[in-house]
Write a protein that binds this ligand. Structure first.
Ligand SMILES: Nc1ncnc2c1ncn2[C@@H]1O[C@H](COP(=O)(O)OP(=O)(O)O)[C@@H](O)[C@H]1O
Ligand SMILES: O=P(O)(O)O[C@H]1O[C@H](CO)[C@@H](O[C@H]2O[C@H](CO)[C@@H](O)[C@H](O)[C@H]2O)[C@H](O)[C@H]1O
Length: 494
């Protein structure tokens, strides 16, 4: 295999073809449905903290090149982080996570497992984070691998915990260390600051209780991107590979709570949403307050400014051609969408600030101490520089409103199999539940009165999000695509 970094002491990585097959089997690979080749596999380094009888953990950076031109030239190449736990002998306990077996000229036969499934491998990360706390400024820099583990003060890690990989892997892979800490390994990585690390660091430093506290993160300084003649990273030379944060041990996923609430209502369809056991209005209100508090802090600690309605509208309609190519079902609604975005063009200057960028119920956790918002990475499909840009906070509000629309429709998908006759009544209940949740959330966030300008923005962001979702579902869950597509159609009809 080719590897432009001159790191002869690193184990060799498996063949590129191995990764083609492996990426296709993962939940987090964003290129599903697109033709691609693995154009390179770089060995980033090995995680410090290895012990004599444990694995070597090799971090690979897999370069994917797409053969289509759907998303434009900028998006044709992506990099995915794949950590491999290497053993000289097969490991029966993690047999299911075997990625490949190959020969290393110096080390002999290697068995490479997806490291996230291996407790021994994850313990290496935890030890490295722990050691970082004892170093100057909380930074452990491993010269050999160019990996740097950073820690924020304030929490001592429990090294006796075992790791558990979260089963609902999403865009990234998260591992819990007992009930003490949660490590998220970023999968699609881009040079530059990771927005999730950045926002968590800022909000943790100011003591926000609306997010999980950040404990640390891992940087990699790309040796090829160093400033000439120095050890310093050049522009875009740092990649953030993982972050460690507080494990919210009393948390329930907001999406699961919403589904449970809808099921309660469907079980008693003669009742109104306000009378059913699992009424969600109170939680929606609390969520609205939490989002407001997070937006206020983001506005205080990140740059703010204004964007012209014309620019915002251009961004929204600029996304349409690629979306139409990826999800042809959108074509019938192109005119209505363009007309809605046109209304934004007429708005003049609109306040912008740092926002979440991809907010939905699955990014909210209800703990004993209230709601927490997670995952500030923004839309995984957007280029990094766009995800860091200030935007209107109405984008996040729209994301939540879309999620209140999704929940009853997702419940209906399975409910209808057992009770096909009740569809009509449930459709009415679905609208009642969604509207009640949306209204309570909106009032808590913005108060009783929302100006016509804000309403225009909100509707446009809802449409923009539904377009994004149509593409997302087409690529990831094709049988769900009717959920956002129906919302797009309703926008056209209103
Ligand atoms: N600090 C935390 N404590 C406990 N669970 C968490 C925490 N942060 C996230 N989660 C859970 O992990 C899941 C994945 O986290 P998320 O940040 O959304 O990952 P991804 O970037 O892969 O989408 C969330 O849905 C949530 O249930
Ligand atoms: O959580 P991620 O950053 O991976 O976000 C992506 O996946 C989400 C689904 O897991 C997707 O959200 C869409 O589906 C949700 C229900 O599963 C729904 O609540 C959201 O409203 C809807 O957008 C998200 O769009 C995508 O970026």
């Amino acid at each position: 295999m080719t590897d432009p970094t001159s790191t002869p002491d690193l184990p060799v990585a498996p063949d590129r073809e191995v990764f083609v097959d492996y990426l296709g089997r993962t939940r987090w690979f964003g290129g599903k449905g697109r033709p691609f080749t693995v154009s390179d596999v770089r060995r980033v380094g090995t995680v410090p903290g290895a012990v004599a009888d444990g694995p070597v953990v090799l971090l690979c950076l897999v370069e994917v090149t797409y053969d289509d031109v759907v998303a434009g030239a900028d998006d044709r190449v992506e990099h995915y982080q794949v950590p491999l736990a290497l053993y000289p002998e097969p490991q029966q306990r993690i047999e299911h996570a075997l990625v490949a077996t190959w020969q290393d000229p110096d080390r002999g036969l290697l068995h490479g497992y997806d490291a996230l499934h291996d407790r021994e491998a994850m313990a290496c990360w935890l030890r490295s984070f722990d050691r970082a706390a004892g170093e100057v400024g909380g930074n452990l820099v491993d010269g050999a691998s160019s990996l740097a583990f950073h820690r924020l003060a304030g929490h001592d890690l429990d090294l006796d915990t075992h790791s558990t990989l979260f089963s609902g892997e999403q865009s990234n892979s998260s591992v819990a260390f007992g009930e003490d800490a949660l490590m998220k390994v970023f999968r699609k990585v881009t040079p530059g600051v990771n927005p999730d690390v950045q926002v968590h660091e800022v909000l943790s430093r100011v003591g926000s209780t609306d997010v999980a506290a950040l404990y640390g993160w891992v940087d990699w300084v790309d040796p090829e991107q160093r400033e000439e003649g120095t050890d310093r990273p050049g522009p875009g030379g740092v990649m953030q590979l993982a972050m460690l944060q507080q494990f919210l041990r009393t948390a329930s996923d907001g999406w699961d709570l919403a589904l449970a609430s809808v099921r309660d209502l469907y079980r008693e369809p003669d009742l109104h949403a306000s009378e059913a056991g699992g009424d969600f209005a109170g939680e929606a209100t609390r969520l609205g307050h939490t989002l407001r508090a997070v937006h206020d802090l983001l506005a205080e600690h990140f740059p703010t400014g204004s964007a012209s309605g014309a620019d915002l509208a251009a961004t929204m309609s600029g996304r349409l051609p690629a979306a139409l190519a990826a999800a042809p079902g959108l074509e019938a609604h192109r005119g209505a969408l363009e007309a809605l975005f046109e209304q934004v063009r007429a708005l003049g200057e609109v306040p912008v600030q740092r926002v979440h960028g991809d907010l939905h119920l699955g990014q909210t956790l209800r703990t004993a101490l209230g709601w927490k918002i997670v995952d500030f990475e923004g839309e995984p499909a957007k280029p990094l520089h766009e995800r860091l840009l200030p935007d209107s906070p109405w984008r996040d509000v729209a994301g939540m409103l879309r999620s209140f629309d999704y929940a009853p429709r997702v419940v209906e998908r399975t409910w209808a199999e057992d009770d096909p006759d009740g569809v009509e009544l449930r459709t009415r209940k679905a609208a009642e539940w969604a509207n009640r949740s949306k209204n309570h959330f909106l009032v808590a966030y913005a108060g009783e009165h929302i100006s016509p300008e804000h309403r225009t923005l909100l509707h446009a962001y809802i449409a923009d999000k539904a377009v994004y979702e149509t593409v997302y579902e087409t690529r990831n869950r094709p049988t769900w695509v009717d959920i956002p597509l129906r919302a797009v159609a309703e926008i056209g009809a209103s």
